[in-house]
Design a protein around this ligand. Sequence first.
Ligand code: PSU
Ligand code: MN
Length: 303
Amino acid sequence: MNSLGFVTSPEVAAALAAGKPVVALESTIISHGLPRPSNLEVAREVEAIVRAHGATPATIAILDGTVCIGLTDDQLVAIAKRDDIAKASSRDLAIIAATNKSAATTVAATAHLAALAGIHVFATGGLGGVHRGANESFDESADLTALANLDITVVCAGVKSILDVAATLERLETLAIGVVGYKTTAFPGFYLTDSGFTIEHQADSAAEIAAIIATRKALGTNAHALIVANPVAHEMNRARHDAILKSGLEGCAKNGIIGKAVTPYLLEHFHTASEGESLKVNIEIIKSNSALAADIAVAANKK
Ligand code: PSU
Ligand code: MN
């Protein structure tokens, strides 16, 4: 461990020291978002995609108390297969690390650790946001408040369609988190290409996004995150999507699923009820976002 409290893998440390492009990747997707055994395959494939696009992948997680920025293949296997991997948001990081436990990191926690390690581009599937019924449950993902205070560009397929998208967009505005659509002004809805909500800004290339990142730095607006919303090319069947979402939300209510268990429960429900269709879309989302994030990291490095 260095004086900052984390260990950087040799590959990531070398890339950072040489000023080469690095892309942060989260681990909650691996442990709690995708079923086994595809989770491990996808984790490996995503790292390979980042490398093929000219950047170094840094998958972030906590293993047996060590905060890891970049994982070896053995460590990826542990995150994918072990049954003692918690789901850590930012507030959990120090507790998990100091008590020698293990956890996958959410968008909030991964973005926090990435920025701490000097990594400013991050790929995920879909952001957390305001849950349906949040006016009563107060369930709003810590992803939003974390990103409000971090210098990081997050490539995602919008926010998960299981959320209240309108409320999430309002919160993103309040929190000064920039939102730019990649080749679109239709805000993506994770499994769906278009959530039905429009966003103001569009960028059409990684170079354009790199220019936005450089200007944000010059203007000091990089104190808050930038979201690059990248719609999935092949969306889920909409009628099927809506029916499964409805039964998933009913399942949450019936089984008393609350708090951090809600998102993994709904994703798992989707994967089972759609007989793999949502899984296929989810995997496409993560791969496509990782490729774009690597292109952005490479382009930003040239600025
Ligand atoms: N995107 C995916 N799968 C996931 C997640 C995002 O394709 O599992 C995870 C991310 O780690 C995100 C978390 O931060 O879901 C949100 O959880 P919550 O709603 O409990 O904040
Ligand atoms: Mn929540």
